[in-house]
Ligand binder design. Sequence first.
Ligand code: AP5
Ligand code: MG
Ligand code: ZN
Length: 210
Amino acid sequence: MNVILLGAPGAGKGTQAEIISQKLGIPTISTGNILREAVKNGTETGLKAKAFMDAGALVPDEVIVGIVKERVARDDCKNGFILDGMPRTIPQAQALVDQNVPIDKVISIEIADQVIEERMTGRRACAACGATYHITANPPKAEGVCDACGGELTIRKDDAPETVRNRLKVFHEETEPLKAFYEAMGIVTTVEGNQPIENATKDILAALEN
Ligand code: AP5
Ligand code: MG
Ligand code: ZN
């Protein structure tokens, strides 16, 4: 099953993708994590992406489309995958169609902008594996240390309040129209993002079983 998690920054896409990936045994493809890794390693892609990410703007479509095309072709995706943070524009969604990458379900995780700003200030991300935590809603077992890999937890540079506001603006302009794009295919389920993590997981799993 090929799944897209759609939603604003901070809606919980990464958090839910990690849980669902474990439960279904299919990989998560997070373009945000792939790009952050590329920036950290100073690769050509990373050098292209860094300024856009720091500003809370979108990285150009052709960069993203290239990354995802290569990633979904790998062996571990043959039983399905979860796309977290891609597509984010109509041309990216169209590229999946053109490349014959079928999508079975789109989960739209929805939440008000005010709740998001508050969530972002408490987010911590593992510098090594990308796992996501929140200082109150989803704390790690030991402060500052990743449960999954022991890596160091850091604050994402683009979680500064001003950058978050820009990411929200970009979301409303560029990404929100994707819901209608996929509704026309009849594959969208809306899930409430402003509820405890495990309740959102239940709703998503129920949607995927239908
Ligand atoms: P990306 O990394 O994808 O960031 P984003 O979409 O802005 O989303 P976030 O990762 O901020 O939020 P999330 O929905 O994953 O929430 P999370 O689970 O962490 O992209 C970063 C940048 O890369 C972009 O700005 C762009 O520059 C570039 N990029 C990436 N993909 C691109 C593409 N396709 N095209 C162009 N550019 C691209 O949760 C947030 C916090 O809330 C956490 O602390 C979490 O613990 C907590 N939380 C989660 N769920 C709950 C809950 N139910 N209750 C309470 N707290 C919760
Ligand atoms: Mg994320
Ligand atoms: Zn980790």
